[in-house]
Design a binder for this molecule. Structure first.
Ligand SMILES: [Cu+2]
Length: 148
């Protein structure tokens, strides 16, 4: 009889412990999931975009920001490079390249729309052989598209 009571107590104890553990684990995994999906949804990329001046910067950033899902776009006039944060559930890298190209500017992957280019102010008519993405680090440049 003692044995039975003991085993019942053991079973109950195990049941209680495992129940507690489950609750804890569930909570943890939910938290992890949320974090992961956040990371996956927001992507940060940078790529080369040709341009000359502050007006170019405005046009390029405006074009990138117009793409739905883009949270932030910053073009660097010295490096000829843009940093973009976007929700990759809403858009993708090529949509951003295309939007910038449509505004008349060359990106690493898409040539600027010629008509838009011809309508740019004189100071913004950048050279088409301008070196883009002047980070000074070729390796980083080569893999910048695959980090995320
Ligand atoms: Cu300009």
């Amino acid at each position: 009889m003692k044995k039975v009571i003991l085993s019942v107590a053991v079973v109950m104890a195990i049941g209680l412990t495992s129940c507690k553990n489950e609750t804890k684990q569930e909570k943890e995994s939910t938290e992890t999931k949320t974090e992961v999906s956040k990371d996956m949804a927001m992507a940060d990329i940078s790529f080369g975009v040709r341009g000359n001046c502050g007006m170019c910067k405005k046009t390029i950033e405006k074009a990138a920001n117009k793409v739905e899902g883009v949270a932030n776009a910053t073009w660097d006039v010295d490096k000829k490079k843009i940093d973009v944060s976007f929700d990759d559930a809403k858009t993708d890298e090529m949509a951003i390249h295309n939007a910038i190209a449509a505004s008349g500017y060359d990106t690493e992957k898409v040539s600027g729309n010629e008509e838009a280019y011809s309508n740019l102010p004189g100071c913004c008519k950048y050279e088409h052989d301008m070196v883009m993405n002047q980070s000074g680090d070729k390796n980083e440049e080569d893999h910048s598209d695959h980090d995320h």
